[in-house]
Design a protein around this ligand. Structure first.
Ligand SMILES: Cc1ncc(COP(=O)(O)O)c(C=O)c1O
Length: 510
C-alpha cells in the first residue's frame, strides 16, 4: 500500500524537488541572469497575469511578442492578444455554435496561437519544464545544452527559452514534421546544422526520439528536458492552463445558473495539456477526454500507425499522463482534420460556412486559428456531446494548441493532391456534410476501471522496460494520492522563483 511518504519518495525520484542540487550551478545561473537582466515569472503570475506587476507589463507595449527577448516570458500565458496586447481579463476563445457542430452542448475553444515567440501554447510547457531546474541548481545555462525532444512545438518553445537565456538549445524532432516548424528552427537555433536533429519517421515515432536522446545524454554537458516524463509539464498545465480555461468557462456562462462544466477535451502528445483537465475535474467535477488520431489508436486499442494530426498521438503512454483519472478516449481521423483545415482556410470553404450554414463571418474568420490538433479537439468534443447526450446546459472546454498558419505548406500539398482542379463549393459542401453534419468520424471509448488499467499497464513497456523507470515510481502513478501530493510543488517553486529574482536583482514589486 502506498502512503504519503511513499508518494514523496516517488516524487523525488522522478525529479520533483525543491532542494538546491548544486550551489555552484545555482550561483552561476544567478550570475548569468543578473548579467542579462532576465526576470522569471512565477507559475502564479502566469495563471493569473493580472497579478504581474505593472512595471513588467509596461515595457511589453513596445516589444514584438515574437522577438527573442526575455521580457516576453511575461507573455507566456493564455491572456494575450494576437497583436501582443494584454493581459486581458479573459483568454481569447470562441464558442462553436450548434449550426456548426450539430449538437446543443456549448463547446468553448481557447486559442493558443496568442502565446509569444512560437505562436503555440507549448512554450508554456517548455518554461514549466525548465524553470524548476533553474531555481534548484539542476541546469547550468553556462555549460549545459538543453535538449528538447518533441514532435515540434515543444522543441520550438524550448529553443526560444534557451535562446533568451543565451544558452545552447537542441531540438530533436521527427524529419516528417511541418515545414513551418523547420523554417522557424533554422531561424532561432544558434547553430542550425548541429542544433536541429532530425529523427526517422513522423508524428508517432517517439521511440526514435528517445533513442537519440539516450545517445546524446552520454555527454555530461547535455541536459534532456523530456516533456513526456517531466511532471512540471503536467503541473504547469494544472496550475496555469486549468485556471485560464476556468476563466473562459465562467465568462461564457456568467449569469447562467444552470450551466455546468461537463467535460474537458484535449488531444494528447506529451499529455501535459491534459493536466488542465485534472484541475477542472478537481474544481468542477468535469470529465476528462483524451483524444488521439484514429490512424494511431494507442490509448483506444493499443494501436500504432502514422498520421498527420501534428503534435499528438505518439504511439506510447506518456509518464505524465494521469491515466487513472481519464474518463474517455476519443479517436479522430486525420482525413477529417485535413478536410476541416481545407474548409476553414479556403475561399470556397469559408463562403460555404457563411452563406450556406449561416455562420457569423467573424467566427468563420477566426477558424484560421485552429491547427490540425485544434479541429481534432473540436471534432472530439462534438462526438462526446453526441455520445453522452449533452444539452444546452452542458459546456465542453477545449484548446487550440496552435493555428493553421503553421500548416500552409501541408495544406497546399493536400489541396494539390485531393483537389487538383481547385477546392470549390461542392468540395466544401461535401466536407461540411461529412465531417460536421454527419460528424461520425470519431471512435469513443468510455474508460471503465478495467480499460483505465489496460492503458496504464501499456505504459509499462515504454517506461519500465524500455526507459528504465523505477518500477515503484511507475506504479505509484496509478494512485490519485501521487498526483494530489505533487500539487504543492507549484507554490514551493514560486517561492524559489521570487528568491531567485531577488538574487539576480530583477525583482519587481508593485
Ligand atoms: C499542435 C499540438 N497539438 C497538441 C499537442 C499535445 O499537447 P501535449 O503535449 O500537452 O499533450 C502538441 C504537443 O506538442 C502540439 O504541438
Amino acid at each position: 500500500m502506498y502512503n504519503a511518504a511513499e508518494f514523496a519518495r516517488a516524487h523525488a525520484s522522478l525529479g520533483l524537488t525543491t532542494e538546491i542540487a548544486d550551489t555552484g550551478v545555482y550561483e552561476r545561473t544567478v550570475e548569468r541572469f543578473k548579467q542579462r537582466g532576465i526576470a522569471l515569472p512565477t507559475f502564479g503570475e502566469l495563471a493569473d497575469p493580472s497579478t504581474i506587476p505593472a512595471a513588467r507589463i509596461a515595457p511589453l507595449a513596445g516589444l514584438d511578442r515574437n522577438e527573442p527577448d526575455s521580457r516576453n516570458l511575461f507573455r507566456v500565458h493564455w491572456f494575450g492578444g494576437l497583436d501582443g496586447s494584454g493581459p486581458h481579463e479573459v483568454p481569447d476563445y470562441i464558442e462553436l455554435p450548434p449550426e456548426m457542430t450539430g449538437v446543443e452542448a456549448r463547446i468553448l475553444l481557447a486559442f493558443g496561437n496568442r502565446f509569444p515567440m512560437i505562436k503555440a501554447h507549448k512554450v508554456q510547457a517548455a518554461y514549466a519544464c525548465l524553470v524548476p531546474r533553474l531555481v534548484t541548481g539542476r541546469f547550468d545555462p553556462t555549460v549545459h545544452r538543453a535538449v528538447w525532444p518533441s514532435t515540434g512545438n515543444y522543441a520550438r518553445g524550448g529553443i526560444a527559452i534557451s535562446r533568451i537565456m543565451d544558452c545552447r538549445g537542441v531540438a530533436v524532432l521527427p524529419e516528417g514534421m511541418s515545414k513551418a516548424r523547420f523554417d522557424w528552427l533554422e531561424q532561432w537555433t544558434l547553430d542550425p546544422a548541429n542544433d536541429i536533429i532530425r529523427t526517422p519517421g513522423t508524428e508517432s515515432n517517439v521511440k526514435e526520439i528517445y533513442d537519440t536522446c539516450n545517445e546524446l545524454e552520454k555527454d555530461p554537458e547535455i541536459a534532456i528536458i523530456n516533456q513526456f516524463s517531466e511532471f512540471s509539464n503536467h503541473l504547469g498545465h494544472y496550475s496555469i492552463t486549468g485556471p485560464a480555461l476556468e476563466r473562459v468557462y465562467e465568462h461564457a456562462t456568467s449569469g447562467d445558473t444552470g450551466a455546468r462544466l461537463a467535460a474537458y477535451v484535449s488531444a494528447s502528445g506529451s499529455a501535459g495539456t491534459l493536466g488542465a483537465g485534472d484541475y477542472l475535474k478537481d474544481h468542477h467535477g468535469s470529465r476528462i477526454a483524451a483524444v488521439e488520431a484514429l490512424e494511431c489508436p494507442t490509448l483506444l486499442e493499443n494501436g500504432f500507425g502514422d498520421h498527420n494530426i501534428q503534435g499528438i498521438g505518439d504511439k506510447h503512454v506518456p509518464l505524465i499522463h494521469n491515466v487513472m483519472n481519464t474518463d474517455d478516449v476519443i479517436a479522430v481521423s486525420d482525413r477529417s482534420t485535413d478536410a476541416l483545415d481545407a474548409l476553414f482556410n479556403t475561399a470556397a470553404g469559408k463562403a460555404h460556412l457563411v452563406d450556406r450554414v449561416g455562420l457569423d463571418p467573424s467566427l468563420v474568420d477566426s477558424l484560421k486559428h485552429m491547427g490540425y490538433s485544434s479541429s481534432c479537439n473540436a471534432l472530439a468534443a462534438i462526438k462526446l456531446a453526441k455520445e453522452r447526450g449533452y444539452g444546452r446546459e452542458d459546456v465542453i472546454v477545449t484548446v487550440a494548441t496552435d493555428g493553421s498558419e503553421l500548416y500552409d505548406a501541408e495544406r497546399a500539398e493536400y489541396l494539390a493532391h485531393h483537389h487538383p482542379d481547385g477546392y470549390d463549393s461542392v468540395a466544401a459542401a461535401s466536407d461540411f456534410g461529412r465531417e460536421l453534419e454527419a460528424g461520425d468520424t470519431a471512435k469513443h471509448l468510455e474508460l471503465t476501471e478495467a480499460e483505465r488499467r489496460r492503458v496504464f499497464n501499456l505504459g509499462y513497456f515504454t517506461w519500465v522496460e524500455q526507459q528504465g523507470t523505477d518500477f515503484a515510481d511507475f506504479t505509484a502513478r496509478g494512485h490519485q494520492g501521487f498526483w494530489d501530493g505533487m500539487r504543492h510543488f507549484v507554490a514551493d517553486w514560486d517561492e524559489l522563483i521570487v528568491e531567485f529574482n531577488e538574487r539576480t536583482g530583477t525583482r519587481a514589486d508593485d
